[in-house]
Design a protein around this ligand. Structure first.
Ligand code: BG6
Length: 514
C-alpha cells in the first residue's frame, strides 16, 4: 500500500527537517558507557547515511577510562557491527570513523577542560566545524552539574558567532527539590536555549505521530474532550526485569524511572491544546500547561489513587521460570523498591475535567506493549434493547506505540444473521503496511534537532519541575509508608490485583488485559 501524498509535519519548514545539521563537534561525556555504543553511534551513523550529518563534523569521546583515539575507534568498529540498525557500508563507516576522537579526563578536573578546549580548537581547524559544540552528558546524573560548571569555567559554553549546547540525559533530578536545584545550577552557566533535556520517548516515530494524528486530521479534534471521552489509559508494559541495572533501579524505582519523563510526555501529547505554531516554545507552553493542570495528590489521594508493586518469582507452572526482583543482581533481598506503578490522574482544565487518565507501567509483565487507549462514552441511547448492554463495548481508539506500531478504532457491527446481534470489530492501521519499517535507534531525530537548534522535542525547565511537582507528593507518602506486602505480583503477570481494583472501583477495566 502507498500513501497518496506526503506533507512535512510538524516541521513547518520541510527544508529545516531535511537539511544536514550545522557544522559541529559533538562531545560525549561518559563515552565509554552503554548509551554511546548502543544508541548514539548507530544513530549518528544513520544520520550520515541519510545525508543529515554535516560533512564538517567530528566527535570526541570523553571519559575517565584511558584509551587512545585508535583504541576507541577500534572498540566502536566492533560495536557498530553489533548495534547498527541496518547493514554498515564500509566506505561510509570509514568516513565516519575518521572523525571520531577520544580524550580521557576527570569530569571534575579544570585542567581536563583546558585540554579539551585546545583539542576542540585544533579539530575546528581540521574539520571546519566553526566552533559549534554540543556536549552530550551520558554520565551518571551526579556529574551533570559538575560537567556544566566545568564547561562554563573552561570557556566552552560562551557563544560568539557560533553555538554551544548541552544535551542532558535522564534522570533529571530525583524529586522536585533536586530537579529545581539542578536547573538552577546549570542555568548559572547556560541560558535555557542552550539546554536540551532529552527524553528518548520523544524520538520515537509513533510518539511524534500523536501530534500529527491529532492536529493534521479534522475529524478527531472535535470529539477529543470530556463530552465524548470517558477516560484514557496509558500502558507501558515491559517483559524484561531489571537485568544488570539492579544498582540503578534500587535507588530509582519505576515511579522515577518512567513516570515524570516518558509517561508524562505521552500524557502531554495526548492532552495538550493545539499549539498556534510549531515553534519550540509555543509547543512546550501547551505541554507545560497540561503538567501544571494536573493537581498534585493529597496524602489520602495517594493512598486511593496510586498502586505500587514489586515482582516476585514467576508463578508455579509458568512457561518460563523467572526470578523475583529481590533475587536479581545488586538488589537487596529485602528491597522495597517498586517495579510496577499504576495511578489515576486528573487534568483540571476545561477540556479534561472529570476524565480520568489511568497510567500503568512495570517490569516483568506478560507482554511488551506501549499504548494509549482513548475510550469514548457509550452511545447516549440504547436502541438495541435486546442486546445486553455490557456486550456493547464503547468505541475505543488505541494508539499502539510499540512494538506493533499503528492505530486502531473499535466499534460495534451487526453480526450477520437473522437476529440483530452486535459484535466488536476493529479498523486497523499498521505502520509497516504503508511505510515499511525503517530501522532506527530513536535518537536520530533528537540528535539532528540539536544540530539544527530545534528544541521542540526537549524538556524545558518548567516542564521538568512541573512533572516532579506531581510525582514528589507520591514519593513522600510511599517513603513514609513502606509497602507491607512486597513482592505482590508474580513475574509474567499483569501486576498486583490492586491495579485492577483501581479501575474496577470506577466500573472500568484495563484494555490490554481483556
Ligand atoms: C528507560 C528506562 O528510560 O526506558 C528503562 O530507564 C526502560 O527502565 C526504558 O526499560 C524503556 O524504553 P523503551 O524505549 O524500551 O520503551
Amino acid at each position: 500500500m502507498q500513501t497518496t501524498n506526503t506533507t512535512d509535519f510538524p516541521d513547518e519548514s520541510g527544508s529545516e527537517a531535511r537539511r544536514p545539521g550545522d557544522p559541529c563537534i559533538m562531545v560525549i561525556f561518559g563515552a565509554s558507557g552503554d548509551l554511546t555504543k548502543r544508541k548514539l553511534i548507530p544513530a549518528l551513523y544513520n544520520l550520515a547515511k541519510e545525508n543529515l550529518l554535516p560533512s564538517n563534523f567530528a566527535l570526541v569521546g570523553f571519559a575517565r577510562n584511558e584509551f587512545s583515539t585508535e583504541e576507541f575507534r577500534e572498540i566502536l568498529n566492533e560495536d557498530i557491527k553489533l548495534y547498527a540498525t541496518s547493514d554498515v557500508d564500509p566506505e561510509l563507516w570509514k568516513w565516519f570513523e575518521e572523525r571520531i576522537y577520544y580524550m580521557s579526563g576527570d569530569f571534575a578536573d579544570p585542567a581536563a577542560y583546558q585540554k579539551l578546549k585546545a583539542f576542540l580548537a585544533e579539530l575546528d581547524t581540521k574539520h571546519g566545524t566553526g566552533g559549534n559544540y554540543f556536549n552530550y552528558l551520558a554520565t551518571s546524573p551526579n556529574f551533570f552539574a559538575t560537567i556544566v560548571q566545568q564547561l562554563g569555567a573552561g570557556g566552552l559554553t560562551t557563544e560568539e558567532n557560533n553555538w554551544r549546547r548541552v544535551i542532558i540525559e535522564k534522570p533529571f533530578g530525583r524529586d522536585f527539590e533536586s530537579a529545581k536545584k539542578l536547573n538552577k545550577d546549570i542555568q548559572q552557566v547556560l541560558n535555557e536555549k542552550q539546554i536540551y533535556r532529552i527524553d528518548h520517548y520523544l524520538g520515537k516515530e509513533t510518539v511524534q505521530n500523536i501530534l500529527v494524528f491529532r492536529f493534521a486530521n479534522g475529524i478527531f479534534e472535535p470529539i477529543w474532550n470530556r463530552r465524548y471521552i470517558d477516560h484514557v489509559q496509558i500502558t507501558v508494559a515491559e517483559t524484561v526485569g531489571v537485568e544488570d541495572r539492579g544498582g540503578y533501579y534500587e535507588v530509582a524505582g519505576t515511579l522515577r524511572d518512567m513516570v515524570p519523563n516518558h509517561i508524562f510526555q505521552l500524557i502531554c501529547l495526548t492532552a495538550m491544546e493545539p499549539p498556534v505554531s510549531f515553534d519550540a516554545d509555543v509547543v512546550r507552553d501547551e505541554q507545560a500547561k497540561i503538567l501544571k493542570s494536573i493537581q498534585p495528590m493529597t496524602p489520602e489521594e495517594v493512598l486511593t489513587r496510586t498502586v505500587r508493586g514489586q515482582y516476585g518469582e514467576s508463578a508455579n507452572g509458568a512457561v518460563k521460570k523467572m526470578a523475583g526482583y529481590r533475587s536479581e543482581p545488586q538488589v537487596s533481598p529485602t528491597s522495597r523498591t517498586e517495579t510496577f506503578v499504576a495511578m489515576k490522574l486528573l487534568i483540571d482544565n476545561w477540556r479534561w475535567a472529570d476524565v480520568p487518565f489511568y497510567l500503568r507501567t512495570g517490569k516483568r509483565l506478560p507482554k511488551r506493549v506501549t499504548e494509549i487507549a482513548i475510550q469514548f462514552k457509550r452511545a447516549p441511547f440504547v436502541l438495541f434493547r435486546n442486546t445486553a448492554v455490557e456486550k456493547m463495548t464503547p468505541n475505543r481508539l488505541v494508539m499502539h506505540l510499540q512494538p506493533d506500531e499503528g492505530i486502531s478504532l473499535s466499534f460495534g457491527a451487526k453480526i450477520p444473521g437473522p437476529i440483530v446481534q452486535i459484535g466488536n470489530v476493529n479498523m486497523d492501521f499498521h505502520y509497516h503496511d504503508y511505510f515499511g519499517t525503517t530501522a532506527s535507534t530513536g535518537y536520530e531525530r533528537l540528535l539532528h534537532d540539536c544540530m539544527v537548534g530545534d528544541a521542540t522535542l526537549f524538556q524545558r525547565s518548567d516542564m521538568v519541575e512541573a512533572s516532579w511537582n506531581i510525582v514528589s507528593p507520591i514519593q513522600d507518602v510511599w517513603e513514609a509508608l513502606p509497602p507491607r506486602k512486597f513482592p505482590n505480583y508474580s513475574a509474567g503477570s499483569w501486576g498486583p490485583k490492586e491495579a485492577d481494583e483501581l479501575l474496577e472501583h470506577d466500573k472500568r477495566h484495563w484494555s490490554t488485559t481483556e
